[in-house]
Every structure is written in structure tokens, then in C-alpha cells.
Design a binder for this molecule. Structure first.
Ligand code: BUP
Length: 450
């Protein structure tokens, strides 16, 4: 007898780094005979998010959108926190209990839910009690997720390594200082959310066995945290075809694998001095480059004049081989372009998985959050190199000559290109028939369609 398609609700949290993987997952579920309702958080935080949602819905007419209005951000009770993303995560988490009622009003009601970790404290237990399987989707690396779950039972002391069963110790300097402050809103948020993981039906990771073997197996074997539900690494999540976005004709005229792509994600604001040194590094490297510069945290307006940031000489010397963009670009499409030969990145996890999918060698320069831990995974998997002595972006002024040397290493190392190509092969294999991620995904789908 034909089975009724599973009715699935997909619930992303705030920020493009959380939204993008959920859109990919929604698309993957639709392609596998699920009927998907996408929960859209209102208000959205940035134009980039709003645009991404609109484009996604217009290219996925079978997906139903359902708006969920969250409670207002509370800057007053988080008086020392300026970051709009952290305030929005807090608002999402405080609103999570309302999502259960919202989901109950959907018609037909969901037979399964895929939700961001930020919702866990409000929805995991009620959905469990209602018998609705809920999968918590993790938007970071398996290793950083292991760290987050450990906050439920260990205290982080600033600068000290963190020892988690089954994993090589996490170097103290790789952990953002806020996690040693148990009163910090974000630390409390992560810790509280992780306490509810046991009520989830499963944990979905945007990672794959080859890339993070140690963390994935430690999580799956219950070494990291006893009582965790099944862990399903189903990455890299499959792009949904935003590949059809804007063209960059300049790229089409560049030789194969010759261009360094430089982007530090959607939230990076760098000092003018550091921007100048990066410019100097690119100039000194003699290489072709495509550089996306952002000077505002939320992407509404980038007003700073490029001429105030970089010198006349820089523009003159690089005009034949460099392109700078200020606007939102289609990164997925850029990484798929044959002219791209390397990527200087902050190591946001989506960027890492997108590069893995294309075998693009990385030069890691983390900015904040999970990104130093992610950079370690990039290095171990052979996808990229990382100059630890540069610290977090902004920690010290890294000079142009150091940057030039590392960029050249990334672009010319045969060893690195070969190991990045190996990652690409393995990422591809993970999604082929009997591949590790495909099998995991089929298990999830098989459990739900009944
Ligand atoms: Br910037 C930028 N175009 O111009 P991450 C980013 N992206 O398509 P983040 C674009 O946004 P966190 C642009 O491909 C990736 O899918 C990019 O996610 C896309 O970094 C996503 O890499 C960015 O995880 O998040 O957003 O800075 O700080 O949380 O790591």
C-alpha cells in the first residue's frame, strides 16, 4: 500500500549560518518524498536572510512557509551584549515554547520535526511527550558540538585545555573566552539547550565520517555524553541549486585554479588596518584574487568607501588581477567555479563544508565562536592549513608579508591540493549509493515514512 508522505516541519534559528543548512536540509527532505513546512522566524535579522528565504521559496514551490513571530530581543537584560546575533538567539530560545503551539496549528500536523539547537529547551520535552520525533540539527562541527554538550557537566577555565572522553583534548586557546563565564547569556543558552538533547529522537550533523572520524564515533558511541540519542552525520548537506544566482563574468576570464577567494563570512567586521594588511598580502602574493569585504555586522549597508580602506597604489598594482566585491555574493557558485584555487576563510562551518564538497584548499583564519575548533578539523582532514600564531582575527595585526607567504603556500602546495582533492572524493562518496551520509539519511527517512 502506498505510504502517506511524512509531514515534516523544518525549524531554523536566526542568522544566515543557521538558516542555510536548514534550507539545504529542507530541500533534501522534499527530494526524498517528504512534505515540508518551513518555519520562518520573524523578524529576520538581515537582508541576506530575507533574500535567501524568498529565493528558496520561489525555487521550491512544494514547500509551505509558515511564519513564526518570536518575542522581542531584550538588550536590557543582556546589557553588556551588543552582538545582534546573540540577542536574536536568546529571543529564539525564549520563544521556543511558543513554537510547540505553532507546530500544533499546522494542518496537517507534522509527523516529524527538524529543529535548531536554540529551540531545544522549549520544544524537545513537549514534542517527546506528544510522540512527535524531533531531530536537533547541529550547524557546527561534530567536534565543537561535542564541546557544547560537555558544558552540561564540566566547567571551562579560561586558557585550560578541555578533556572530553573519546576526543583529543581541545586546546584552551581555541575556546572562546565567554564559555568560561557561566553567567554569560550565550554560555547558559548552550548549556541549557544541551540538557534537553536526550529528549530528541536524533541529532543530525552537517559533517561526514571521513572528515571528522574521531568526534563522530565518540558521539555515536556515547563516549562524549551518556544518554544522547542517535547521531546521524549526513553532511555535507547538498546545495539546493542557488547555483543559478548571479554570474561574475570576471571569474570566467581567469585561468583554472588561479584565483584566491577571500571571505570571512557574514558577521566579520575587521579593523581598517587589518583590511589594509590583507590588501598588502594579496598584492605581495602576486596572485589573482576575489575578495569580499564586509564592514558592517548586519549586512544592510556597507558605507565605508573602499578608497578610504585601501591605497591608490593597491588598486593600481592589482587592477589586472583582483576583484573586490562589497555585496552579498553567491558563495556556493563561486566555490564551484573552475577558476577558484584556494579560499582564505574564517572557517564558519558552512563555508568549510562547501569547500569540502568542491575540494578547495583552505587557509584558515578564525574570527570567533566555533571557528578555531573548526579550523583544527580542517587541518586534520587535510582540507587546509592554519597559522595558529595569527590568533583570532583582530587579536593582533597580522602583516601583509605573513599573509602573502601563507596564501602562496595554500595555492602552490601539491601536497595540500592532493589532500583537498581526497576530501572532495570522500565527500562525494559519502553521498553515493551505500555512502556513509546517504545511508544515515535513508535511515532517518525510513524511520519517518510509515
Ligand atoms: Br559573506 C557570504 N555569500 O557573501 P558560515 C556568505 N555566504 O553565500 P557565518 C554567501 O553564507 P558563523 C556571502 O556560502 C555560507 O553558506 C556561505 O555561513 C554564505 O559563516 C553562509 O560559513 C555563511 O557558517 O556564520 O555566517 O559567518 O559566524 O556562525 O560561522
Amino acid at each position: 500500500t502506498p505510504t502517506r508522505p511524512a509531514q515534516v516541519a523544518v525549524c531554523p534559528s536566526a542568522g544566515i549560518g543557521h538558516l542555510t543548512p536548514f534550507l539545504r536540509l529542507a530541500s533534501m527532505l522534499t527530494s526524498n518524498s517528504c512534505s515540508v513546512t518551513l518555519i520562518i522566524i520573524r523578524p529576520t535579522l538581515s537582508f541576506a536572510e530575507a533574500n535567501q528565504i524568498n529565493t528558496f521559496l520561489s525555487t521550491h514551490p512544494h514547500i509551505t512557509a509558515s511564519e513564526f513571530h518570536i518575542l522581542p530581543c531584550e538588550p536590557s537584560s543582556n546589557s553588556n551584549i551588543q552582538d545582534p546575533f546573540l540577542l536574536q538567539y536568546d529571543a529564539v530560545s525564549r520563544s521556543a515554547h511558543l513554537l510547540v503551539h505553532h507546530l500544533a496549528t499546522l494542518s496537517p500536523p507534522p509527523s516529524a520535526v527538524f529543529s535548531d539547537l536554540m529551540f531545544a529547551s522549549g520544544i524537545n520535552k513537549p514534542l517527546y511527550d506528544l510522540g512527535i520525533p524531533n531531530y536537533n540539527v547541529i550547524t557546527s562541527s561534530a567536534r565543537f558540538f561535542s564541546f557544547m554538550t560537555s558544558l552540561t557537566h564540566l566547567r571551562v577555565t579560561r586558557g585550560d585545555d578541555v578533556v572530553i572522553p573519546g576526543l583529543a583534548p581541545i586546546v584552551g586557546d581555541d575556546i572562546p573566552p565567554i564559555f568560561s563565564n557561566t553567567d554569560h547569556m550565550f554560555t547558559r543558552l548552550i548549556e541549557t539547550s544541551c540538557r534537553y538533547l536526550q529528549d530528541a529522537k536524533g541529532i543530525v550533523l552537517n559533517s561526514f565520517d571521513f572528515f571528522e572520524p574521531e568526534s563522530i564515533s565518540a558521539l555515536q558511541n556515547g563516549k562524549v555524553l551518556a544518554g544522547l540519542p542517535s547521531v546521524f552525520p549526513v553532511g555535507p548537506f547538498i546545495p539546493y541549486g542557488s547555483i543559478n544566482g548571479d554570474n561574475i563574468p570576471w571569474l570566467d576570464n581567469q585561468p583554472s585554479k588561479s584565483v584566491v577567494y577571500v571571505s570571512f563570512g557574514s558577521k566579520t567586521v575587521m579593523s581598517k588596518d587589518q583590511i589594509r594588511e590583507i590588501g598588502d598580502g594579496l598584492e605581495r602574493s602576486g596572485l589573482r584574487f576575489l575578495w569580499v569585504i564586509k564592514t558592517t555586522v548586519v549586512d544592510k549597508e556597507d558605507k565605508e568607501e573602499l578608497r578610504d580602506l585601501l591605497s591608490e597604489a593597491f588598486f593600481e598594482n592589482t587592477k589586472e588581477r583582483g576583484l573586490i566585491l562589497r555585496e552579498w555574493v553567491n558563495q556556493e557558485k563561486i566555490l564551484a567555479h573552475p577558476a577558484i584555487g584556494g579560499f582564505l576563510t574564517h572557517c564558519g562551518w558552512n563555508s568549510v563544508m562547501e569547500a569540502a564538497q568542491r575540494g578547495i584548499p583552505l587557509l584558515a583564519w578564525p574570527l570567533h565562536g566555533d571557528q578555531r575548533v573548526n579550523a583544527g578539523e580542517v587541518e586534520k582532514a587535510g582540507l587546509g592549513i592554519w597559522e595558529r600564531s595569527w590568533g583570532w582575527i583582530g587579536e593582533r595585526l597580522v602583516k601583509g608579508d605573513e599573509i602573502a607567504m601563507k596564501i602562496q603556500e595554500m595555492m602552490t602546495s601539491e601536497k595540500l591540493r592532493a589532500s583537498a582533492t581526497r576530501v572532495w572524493d570522500e565527500a562525494t562518496k559519502a553521498w553515493e549509493k551505500n555512502g556513509s551520509s546517504r545511508k544515515m539519511f535513508e535511515t532517518i527517512i525510513g524511520d519517518k515514512v510509515s
